[in-house]
Write a protein that binds this ligand. Sequence first.
Ligand code: ADP
Ligand code: MG
Ligand code: MG
Length: 868
Amino acid sequence: GKYVYSFSEGSKEMKSLLGGKGANLAEMTKIGLPVPPGFTVTTTACNTYYEKNKNLWEELIDEIMNSLSNLEKTLGKRLGDEENPLLLSVRSGAVISMPGMMDTILNLGLNDIAVKALSKNTNNERFAYDSYRRFIQMFSDVAMGIPKYKFESVLDRIKEEKGYKYDTELTVEDLKEIVKEFKSIYKRELRKEFPNDPKEQLLLAIKAVFDSWNNSRAIVYRKLNDIPNDLGTAVNIQSMVFGNMGKTSGTGVAFTRNPSTGENKLFGEFLVDAQGEDVVAGIRTPQHISNLKYLMPKVYKEFEKVTHILENHYKDMQDIEFTIENEKLYILQTRNGKRTASAAINIAVDMVNEELISKEEAILRIDAKQLDQLLHPNFEEKALKEAQVIAKGLPASPGAASGRVYFTANDVVNAKANGEKALLVRLETSPEDIEGMVLSEGILTARGGMTSHAAVVARGMGKCCVAGCGEIKIQEHKKEFRIGDLVVKEGDYISLDGSTGNVYLGNIPRVEVELVGKFEKLMNWVDEIRVLKVRTNADTPKDAQTAVKFGAQGIGLCRTEHMFFDETRIPVVRKMILSKTIDEREEALNKLLPMQREDFIGIFEAMEERPTTIRLLDPPLHEFLPKKEEDIKSLAKDMGISYDELSKRVEDLEEFNPMLGHRGCRLAITYPEIYIMQARAIIEGAIEVKNKGINVKPEIMIPLIGDINELKYIKDFVVETVDRIIEKSGIELDYLVGTMIEVPRAALTADEIAKEAEFFSFGTNDLTQMTYGFSRDDANKFLVEYDSKNIFEKNPFQVLDKNGVGKLVKMASTLGRKTRPNIKLGICGEHGGEPSSVEFCHNIGLDYVSCSPYRVPIARLAAAQAVL
Ligand code: ADP
Ligand code: MG
Ligand code: MG
């Protein structure tokens, strides 16, 4: 096989073989951008390396050495040469970019001889030794696993002794001393000399990159981002260019557009006289990219040109790494830039207007899951004005977050486990902090710029982040930070505004967002394309209004039981449940009737002519019952019976397995009067609203049907009740009666059920629970283990199990349509707002999905993407 490709051989289409970085380095070489030459060792080589028990093999080594000697010829330099040494960078490059997860080694090829030649050739001894000490540290840390801090403490000590603030102040003599000390650390740690032979250095470095594919940070990142473990990483071996050659050199990172807002303006940072990770690591505070215009106007102009070329070529916003060596620009990396949801939308819509991409492409560009972050509330303006700003950092990733302060990722994990909202506050974050970052409401760092680890990762996660907030002095061991005299301790509440960088004291309340501007425009395009309708799950007029604002076309599930839990109603509900006689029960139901009618009027008014599916009472009755002794006592008094008698009735209602017990339609078979009251409330409410000139469309849904005869029995008395009311009112009112399909038997006999049901709504939460036989309420406890052992690809309660549960849905749809061709089909489980499940629903031809109000735009987008 061929395991090594020169940059001039590859292209951007070869990502899976060359990795993202390698493919783009090749592409940029192809289109004539200034990329330092080099070659890529393929992902196949990485996988083969693992097959060979982590050994490099002869054929591969030969190929690498061959490519190396070609590179040497091209550049007229040789690795380890006494006069003209070639230096290399060894860079990992996975197929899907994994920022900060894999490490890079720079300045490879230096040894005691090459460093002298380098210093002579560049006439810059300081630079040569600065590169050498960097190389020893990176090689030792990345390739050989010697902890970084051992080297850093030497640097810190020398800087302190000499009274320096920055690394750039180190003199040649200092650097020589550092090199010596670094080498002795290496020898002490590994009990052997630092490898002098550059070819040995190179092979060790390649091996280290392959090994890093399976370091724990990489594994965690892949898991979080659903990246397969068997992709492997490529290794890029590239000739070095030097940003650390003095004031006319530097290195930087830039986005072609603003990754927070989407604004079409170059956004980035650079550092003069610096190399590699200096910018990202937040060691010195970088300058804004626009300053380059003044420092090196010609370079800036050229860089601007390159950014335009790259954007036009990739037709997407690019994240570009560059280095300037003595006023000569080099491009070291480009990739599609990570961005916030709002930036993604603004950029996509702008690019359609700029005729760079089509509407369809714009729609496909938006990650439906990522939209979530946009739809969530902002700080309440009034509360915000009153709140005290205690510090200001960089607005690294937008969003509004409040929570309790914690200083380590681990503490955030624990706080979260205790049900707290936690904010992660750190000096700076590193890949080890990933889990805590995921679980936090937001992230605050004291160090680092807009392209620091915290900023990049937070934007990718859609998490609020304020970075580089230098005013806060963190004392991790004391679990507190200070701003002047103010002390904020672990567990105290603060709030972060990721759009302004403001840090507030206290827990600021939040408010809803609006769908306007470019977001609205994009959603209009989405609606032109999609076929699947999107409804919402809403139990209150307020939720219904929110959902309509977000584009809901109806209610797919209105749960009536939540209305029963209201403080003023629960005593009546309890009486209704605990009544001994029908009369008693009807008396309580008569009290509930007007309350329920009011609920439905509010909901119908919010939904107007949009279809509204209302589910009759579903949960087991004991959920409504008093549990505390005092509650039982007061209810007993109210009902005029003894405490003992009432306790006994409560006990009688207890079930071993309530979720498979007396609930849903089974309740109405025992107590038809409950559903009769609810049907009455629905229809009387509908008539009242229709009288106001609104053409309401009520749909009555009977839950937990498993057998046609259950449905038939209930439907008969519901229809009889409803028709009598409609007839008496003299008004014309269309309504439907249908059922949930959530018991597997109902799915299996859907052709029979459809004889009575005018619509099916797949209740995929229960259907998943019953198909797997997993209790929804307990499953998460053991699904954690499934997750860590990779038994399931996805949690089936979050992502519809297409092969099993989905098969039932598909089959029941077909059967239902066979009996009743115009039957309405929808789903109303949590899955209705999950993009891959929405796609599935589109593919099997359902009429609609229904999801929580905030997920409506996500479902709309996913439905359009399913068409494309
Ligand atoms: P990451 O994937 O973590 O971004 P990279 O391989 O891009 O790692 O390397 C990190 C940084 O190292 C680059 O941004 C660049 O500044 C520096 N670097 C990499 N290769 C070279 C090179 N050939 N010459 C100079 N600097 C380089
Ligand atoms: Mg990079
Ligand atoms: Mg259910």
